[in-house]
Design a protein around this ligand. Sequence first.
Ligand code: BGC
Ligand code: NOJ
Length: 803
Amino acid sequence: MKYGYFDDAAREYVITRPDTPLPWINYLGSDGFFSLISNTCGGYSFYKDAKLRRITRFRYNNVPHDDGGRCFYICDGDAVWSPAFLPARTELDSSLCRHGMGYSVFEGWKNGVGAELTVTVPLHTDMEVQKLVLKNESGEEKRLTVYGVTEFCLWNSVDDSTNFQRNWNIGEVEIEGSAVYHKTEYRERRDHYSFYSVNAPISGFDTDRDTFLGRFNGWSGPDAVKKRVSFQSVASGWAPIAALRLDIALAPGESRALIFRLGYVENEYEKKFAAPGIINKEKARALMARFETEAQFDAAMDELKAHWDALLSRFTVESGDKKLDRMVNIWNQYQCMVTFNMSRSASYYESGTGRGMGFRDSCQDLLGFVHLIPERARERIIDIASIQFEDGSTYHQYQPLTKRGNADVGSGFNDDPLWLIACTCAYVRETGDFAILDHPTPFNNEKGSEAPLMEHLRRSLNYTMTHRGPHGLPLIGRADWNDCLNLNCFSTTPGENFQTCSNYESGRAESVFIAGMFVKYGREFAALCERLGLADEAERALASADEIERAVLEYGWDGEWFKRAYDAFGRPVGSSENEEGRIYVEPQGFCVMAGIGGADHGKRALASAEKYLGNDYGIEVLSPCYKEYHDYLGEISSYPPGYKENGSVFCHNNPWITLAYCKLKDGNGAFRLYTRNAPAYIEDKSEIHRTEPYCYSQTIAGRAARNYGEAKNSWLTGTAAWSFAAVSQGILGIRPEFDGLTVDPCLPDHMEGFRVTRLFRGTRYEISVTRGENKGMKVDGKPVSGNTAPLTEAALCRVELVI
Ligand code: BGC
Ligand code: NOJ
């Protein structure tokens, strides 16, 4: 069953009814100011950091799930309704939500009145702008009372939801004209405030939430709205809001546009105040002035559209398969942008209060992002490398506002360092910017400790080589990619965090997965060294990769698949010797991608993965699921069977298997798996899948779960980047290399070919792939040997490949 449809020409998903199984959200903003917005107009905004600079309030465990957010009420006679259904919950005559690239549109109609609300965060603007167009098509005059309301968060979202003995005393606002300024804590150390305003004279306001709502009401029926009035309340402590009221008369056929603005301003310390106690509003006024008129708003929308046209034109495919095209050309790349911006911090499931930017997460996000805005990728790589320690290990996360390593989470996730090699190599192949390797980059952000980025990569590799266990395989530490495989944890205390609890370092628990990573990325590092003329170093890296490969073949191969690990007692995990967790997905993906054991091991590993882990929605993490908790395995066995790391389809690692199929040149296998959970292909199962049909979710409940097939934790997942890598570099086979663009597709039998346009190093490559007799590649009409199109100064390069 579907709740909407894809409008590919507009690059929108159109939701045709408000009662989607879960809130279906979108992300607005690209640099500083970000908003999340659901199909019923719920959500929240923050500046850079969802924990430390939360602008509006959101209650994660709310009922209904998505109440609050942007509250618009339209009062027309006895009827009170909201253009996006919530919060008024009045049934509309018709309604639509269109989620597009960086904007969302809501259209609601009731009794001949239409309200079209467009919400966006314009480029380079620290402000959410909401254009509300009211239309009277009823044939008679309408006297409407309209409210636009927002509830402010007292900045630190953890304190905001916990420290009430303080919170209820500190709230402060200023009201001037049609704007409410939220200035809690500005009187003391904060240098920032927010505001909510509208581009027309208001008829009244409220700024104290409880006065506006009344004692027993929620957002569905505030007291002020019921009475069509404003109480002119001035918040003093408690919960500051901005509720702006406009009384509007519309003649038949008349329409009127209002522009609401939720902005964020920082002032220099000396310029904080205009007069004692009165905030300096200059910057706020300047921001508002940029969005006074509908024409200004529309121009910003055009600019946004042009921005996305340019971004998405960097990689487009025409394959004859509409679903493939919409994933590749629109939604997968869009999600890559979102995961790049957010890492795993702020969604409807990630509260934005715990995790900042993850080291491994952000490194992997870059794999799907480097081609979009290489300059931002460059900056991100340096930020990430700057939280690495001198010994090559690293903090696991950092806060985006401070860019400092997060000490609460610490280090010891032994896969982390190797991801830095993965993303740096991908960046250099994309851009040819070898100079980044010389960039002076500190360790642990300490001034004076700077070393070239290349030295960071070197230490990453060295860390793995010097931290190995009894079988010569890399030690796992607190966990590897699978955060929940905690082989050194042995936690028996309820509620203790499995990742950060004091760690019993066995010195024995080893990861076959990290070994696979090492072989793959060790060889990529060697290729980089060779390219830099560091022949000896390349040789050493290759020798190390060979050494680890031998250890995998000797101790990591189980006979029909790759083992997962060795536990703290030296017993295998993910082996036929185990009763539960006999086989895991991760090492099948990485060891096959790395080519360990060649096609023979590869084919057997993938056949086993399909046989034991395959379900309707992909490949599960492990099987059989753990039925009981085992302290020697950790969090993985804490989840009920079939959920999360205990045997769901953890979508992030499925593209590894897709790429592994490509490594074995099995196009049917690759495509079969890709389409089992690519959102556009399962849109018509939305009532089972439940999360948004236009983006990947982290996890889909496995066969052992009661709710088999139900997805959770949409948006912020490494699935986005890896799926894009799998489809663009694996299935379509378009791979950036140091010296050119390789075209090496791995298509399913039914696919005849495709066309791709790919912007690479400033040249637009127009690539066509067809099946035929005269196999081989032509570049600008001339046959070439191999299948790599060389770099060129030309603006356009035509590549034809016959397979
Ligand atoms: C989740 C993992 C997550 C980890 C670290 C676990 O509870 O299941 O997916 O990576 O916490 O936050
Ligand atoms: C989600 C985390 O963000 C990611 O880093 C991890 O690899 C997966 N969970 C698997 O545990």
